[in-house]
Design a protein around this ligand. Structure first.
Ligand code: MTE
Length: 312
């Protein structure tokens, strides 16, 4: 184990902040207070005319949708602290203007303005299950661009085998990034085959509105068949590379958080079971599903890779 400090997702369930504490906090905080404090007003200004986007009915849920307030007030965003209560802190992140840099093994590296990206590639809404490695789960309507459309836009060269995603780096607005034992900036990775599967979304909205900062504004990844830590927030750089990138959590603790991190009830985390999941905003637990219920879409990606640690 490389770190002495306990990661937030090692927190026992009983220590989690009760959701009731957070009810109505959005209304209570009020945009005026933020403006008075001289802090940027995050996602609110971003191309609201594009939301809600057309829902893609191919992606249906067999579990209830999570209440918006529950999803919006129980977050992991270590840049802004190790608790689940990072809404206020995350609002310090100025998300406009925002550019995404595309580099590495592509025909021509480029930098694209976030608003321009939204006009270039159509948005759609999808209802997805989401499963955190900490064994809590939710189901939410994400709005985003299918990652495979973005890959087509980037025009990778044949030598590109993986995609590496990198979050912003600015310890002045993100105090967590002042903690030197973490390998900042947060990075994640997928194989090109995974990235061009139908499921991954570059998410820019949730519940029919632009993404708020606590969910990773203005643009984050969502890979619904993998544990939530793969779904990197507030992406600044996307690199096409030949070698498998070392990811943030892998760099910190490879024995517990691997590259593949596909959901599997039969493969426990070294310190807790993954057999069932706590439903966010409810007392219910339900059984965990292999690939979080998306086996039909993704199981084929892993044929021939059975020797890999696919589920951790
Ligand atoms: N991305 C960044 N940049 N920093 C983080 O700490 N946490 C991850 C993931 N993406 C994280 C991140 C984890 S552990 C989870 S479970 C999800 O974001 C949580 O997403 P949510 O807060 O929108 O529910």
């Amino acid at each position: 184990m490389l770190i002495k400090r306990r990661a937030g997702w090692e927190m026992p369930e009983r220590e989690a902040t009760p959701e009731g504490v957070f009810l109505n906090r959005r209304q209570l905080i009020g945009a005026g207070l933020i403006a008075a404090a001289g802090l940027p007003q995050a996602a609110a200004a971003q191309t609201p005319d594009l939301y809600p986007a057309r829902r893609n009915e191919a992606y249906k849920l067999d579990v209830p949708l999570t209440a918006e307030d529950d999803a919006a007030n129980y977050n992991n965003f270590y840049e802004f602290g190790m608790s689940k209560d990072i809404v206020d802190a995350s609002r310090r992140l100025a998300t406009k203007p925002w550019t995404v840099q595309v580099e590495g093994l592509v025909e021509k590296p480029f930098e694209i303005d976030f608003d321009e990206l939204l006009r270039k590639l159509p948005l759609e809404e999808r209802l997805y299950r989401f499963r955190c490695v900490e064994a809590w789960a939710m189901a939410v309507p994400w709005t985003g661009i299918p990652l495979k459309s973005f890959v087509a836009l980037a025009k990778p060269l044949s030598g590109a085998k993986y995609i590496r995603f990198e979050t912003f780096l600015n310890p002045r607005v993100a105090p967590g990034q002042g903690q030197r034992w973490y390998p900042w900036p947060y990075t994640e990775g997928l194989t090109i085959a995974e990235a061009t599967n139908e499921l991954p979304l570059l998410v820019t909205g949730i519940y029919g509105k632009p993404l708020p900062t606590q969910h990773g504004a203005p643009i984050r990844l969502i890979t619904p068949w993998k544990y939530g830590f793969k779904s990197v927030k507030s992406i600044r750089k996307i690199s096409f590379v030949a070698e498998r990138p070392k990811t943030f959590w892998e760099g910190l603790q490879a024995s517990e958080y691997g590259f593949w991190a596909n959901v599997n009830p039969a493969v426990p985390h070294p310190r807790w079971s993954q057999a069932s999941e706590q439903v966010l905003g409810s007392r219910d637990r339900r059984p965990t599903l292999i690939y979080n219920g998306y086996g039909e879409q993704v199981a084929g990606l892993y044929k021939g890779l059975e020797g890999e640690r696919l589920f951790m």
